[in-house]
Ligand binder design. Structure first.
Ligand SMILES: [Fe+2]
Length: 329
């Protein structure tokens, strides 16, 4: 295609100073406004990164080789790119931007690389983990909206490691899914099940991400936690986890997921709770009251936060569906 036909000025004699402007110009014909904005910002920051660090050719090639290795080790059950995003703090940053939470609602946290689509649906009181080495744990939770009204029939995905700190997909000889299930809240917003007390575990560190952590003198451990994901039409999709208090890695999570509001104590079942849920008295007990936001509540807060962020940057953009796009008016 002849650039002069589409209003692009010819590009040659490119320098460290004018290369960015030229790349932005040739990308600017993109008809998807959001994609155009994201690409424009990506190229701008990538080029600034190279100029600011005086990036050498060797370093650039080392970076590309690293990304190639991240791709090569990845599979359906080995999500090295999610791990890389997690250890760089990008996953938790994106979750906080896309799912802003006001006080009183349950905060989100990292999805991590071990969620799968293969969990079985389980009825209330079911046994999620069949690991006989783990400490049996009764989990009783409620699910409400911001006004305190119970939410019924929410699809809840739950997953945790076994007592050795491995998810089911990390065992090559596994028979099928374990330590994970799908439940639905009842008409009082309650869901309850039997699991094992979570233990701390290292993220997979035998690949390129692990080698990077080692170079950075960082440990690969995550504090003990159980993952939860909530889905119901009309409500903001919530990906979160509960962390067990006083874990040795509570304040140094390799993927930055811990938030005070998600740290819980393991209690002991009272005689009444033991009777009600058919467990021995003083059985380990985890309780939590989750609060979901509606889609409308989330989108208005996301919109407000986007406007505040763009004002702070002094950027002249439009906010559409909570996301900035170029303002061409
Ligand atoms: Fe996890």
């Amino acid at each position: 295609m002849d650039p002069s036909q589409v209003g692009i000025s010819s590009m040659k004699n490119l320098t460290t100073e004018n290369i960015t402007e030229n790349v932005l110009q040739i990308n600017s014909r993109c008809s998807d406004a959001r994609m155009k904005y994201v690409l424009e910002r990506l190229v701008h920051h990538l080029h600034e990164f190279a100029r600011e660090t005086r990036l050498s050719s060797n370093e650039w090639m080392t970076g590309l080789k690293f990304l190639k290795e991240v791709g090569q080790i990845s599979s359906d059950v080995r999500q090295e790119f999610i791990l890389l995003s997690d250890i760089l703090g990008l996953s938790i940053l994106v979750d906080s931007i896309d799912h802003p939470k006001p006080k009183g609602s349950t905060e989100g946290t990292v999805l991590g690389p071990f969620h799968t689509q293969e969990a079985d649906e389980m009825t209330h009181g079911g046994l999620m983990s069949h690991d006989t080495q783990g400490e049996p744990l009764l989990v009783v939770c409620t699910l409400k909206d911001m006004s305190g009204k119970p939410i019924q029939d929410v699809k809840i995905d739950i997953w945790e490691t076994d007592s050795s700190g491995h998810y089911d997909v990390q065992h090559a000889d596994r028979d099928g899914p374990d330590g994970r299930c799908i439940m639905r809240s009842d008409n009082t917003g309650v869901f309850w099940f039997k699991a094992i007390t979570p233990v701390p575990y290292p993220i997979p560190h035998d690949g390129p991400v692990g080698r990077l952590l080692k170079k950075l003198h960082r440990h690969p451990y995550r504090p003990a936690h159980m993952h939860f994901m909530f889905e119901k039409s009309g409500y903001d999709h919530l990906v979160t986890a509960l962390y067990i208090r006083n874990d040795p890695y509570e304040t140094s999570d390799a993927v930055f997921g811990v938030k005070d509001s998600l740290v819980v104590d393991i209690g002991k079942a009272s005689a009444e709770v033991a009777r009600k849920y058919d467990v021995p008295e003083r059985h380990a007990l985890l309780t939590y009251d989750f609060v979901l936001m509606t889609d409308d509540e989330t989108s208005s807060l996301r919109d407000q936060k986007s406007r505040e962020a763009m004002d702070k940057l002094g950027r002249k953009v439009k906010i559409v569906d909570g996301l900035p796009i170029p303002d061409l008016d």
